[in-house]
Design a binder for this molecule. Structure first.
Ligand code: HEM
Length: 406
């Protein structure tokens, strides 16, 4: 049994960024619905996480009771924050959530996404050709990042932009999905939000003059139709789709390949049985979740596992911990098993009204990327140590040196 302090959710525990799973296991075993002294609650078992996701709780920060987090939110709102934070569908309750989500759902249906497959195959094969030419290279730079970035840029109809800057900015912005402890990070997030918002406004102006068959044009038309979408909301949805479209799938591909390289029998299994690719991606999502947590806010006292969470509280649902819960996935929950039948029950895309809109797209990108990589480079191996991106929530490698020729 650990002491009270060791029992708290603490992402600064040594070794957490490389491997947070022992820490999550301790939380599941010792304090699965934890009232944290910093003012939030941390939920880590599969059953409780699933309940929280589907309970119809709020996501609007305006519902937070006065305390450290409501102050943080006010802080984000000061200095004329340009508006992408808190206006996207991810941060809105019905009826606004329903209105905003319905504007884009048809672009992300399984059928609409399946039509993108030839393009995704082409992008993956081009990336693999480049890796074959280079020899030692970086998997994140060559494949895991450029693939989802190119796909979402094309779906939206973004003009060719300064990718490096956008990448830096979105990498900072996604830290707003974490419990931000220090002022420096909070200021950096606000600055990134303001700059990304202003770039997006320019892009929207450009698109007004250059309409095309793309998602950006469709959203601009919805704005024109009157009450459907106002100007700041338009910007916020575009930023959300752009950022969510690549900051997450990069981790699915990189974490998935990392898991495979550390489990050679599973690498061989996928080579021998390519039709396992769909289930393999479910298992990657379960085994090392690209998005580790999602959040809800209570608007009235909420009972969970015999505890009462007061109204106006942040509840962090730890998807990554739920996905490793041996109570649900069995005693070998910590093992990678590409043919695990219950892998599809993973909760990496959340659940309920905010269930990830891009799930079908992410699955397809993951399947094509990993299955073609495995077939093309039977001898793929590490060419050095991984570096982790240092994020508590959208956790994945930032450097992934590989050699393709063994
Ligand atoms: C929401 C995960 C890829 C767009 C979410 C949520 C999670 C998530 C956990 C919140 C769900 C909840 O709170 O219940 C992931 C993972 C991805 C991924 C793990 C990749 C492996 C994508 C892609 C897009 C996308 C490719 C598309 C552009 C969205 C949007 C929402 C969302 C728009 C907000 C939905 C809403 O609030 O109604 N995602 N996502 N995601 N995701 Fe993803």
């Amino acid at each position: 049994m650990t002491n009270v302090e060791e029992r708290l959710f603490n992402p600064f525990t040594p070794g957490f960024f490389e491997d947070p799973y022992p820490h999550y296991k301790m939380l599941r075993d010792e304090d699965p619905v934890q009232e944290h002294p910093l003012g939030f609650w941390f939920v880590s078992r599969f059953e409780d996480v699933s309940k929280v996701l589907k309970a119809g709780l709020s996501v609007e920060v305006g519902n937070l009771a006065p305390g450290p987090f409501s102050q943080q939110v006010e802080y984000f709102g000061e200095e004329g924050n340009a508006g992408a934070l808190n206006l996207s569908m991810l941060d809105r309750d019905p009826p606004d959530h329903t209105r905003l989500r319905s504007l884009v759902t048809k672009v992300f249906t399984r059928r609409a996404v399946a039509a993108l497959e030839p393009k995704i195959v082409r992008l993956v094969d081009e990336a693999l050709d480049r890796m074959a030419d280079k020899g030692p290279s970086d998997l994140v730079e060559e494949l895991a990042f450029p693939l989802p970035f190119a796909v979402i840029s094309e779906m939206l109809g973004m003009p060719p932009t300064d990718h490096t800057r956008i990448r830096e900015l979105s990498g900072t912005l996604v830290r707003s999905l974490e419990i931000v402890a220090d002022e420096e990070t909070a200021r950096a997030i606000m600055a990134a939000d303001a700059e990304l918002t202003s770039i997006t406004r320019e892009v929207i102006e450009w698109k007004r003059k250059n309409p095309a068959e793309d998602l950006l044009t469709a959203l601009i038309e919805a704005e024109h139709e009157g009450q459907v979408l106002d100007g700041d909301e338009l910007v916020a949805q575009v930023v959300l789709l752009y950022v969510a479209g690549h900051e997450t799938t990069v981790n699915l591909i990189a974490n998935g390949v990392n898991a495979l390289l550390r489990n050679p029998s599973q690498w061989q299994l996928l080579r021998a049985q390519p039709d396992l690719a769909a289930n393999a991606v479910e298992e990657f999502l379960r085994y090392d979740s690209p998005v580790q947590q999602t959040r809800r806010i209570t608007t009235s006292p909420y009972e969970l596992a015999g505890k009462e969470i007061p109204a106006g509280t942040f509840v962090l649902a730890c998807l990554a911990s739920a996905n490793r819960d041996e109570r649900f996935f069995g005693p070998d929950a910590d093992a990678l098993r590409l043919d695990r039948p219950e892998a599809r029950s993973q909760v990496s895309f959340g659940a309920g009204p905010h269930h990830c809109l891009g799930a079908a797209l992410a699955r397809l990108e993951g399947q094509v990327a990993v299955s073609r990589l495995v077939q093309r480079f039977p001898k793929l191996g590490f060419a050095g140590d991984l570096e982790w991106n240092g994020r508590i929530n959208l956790r994945g490698p930032s450097k992934f040196p590989v050699t393709v020729h063994g």
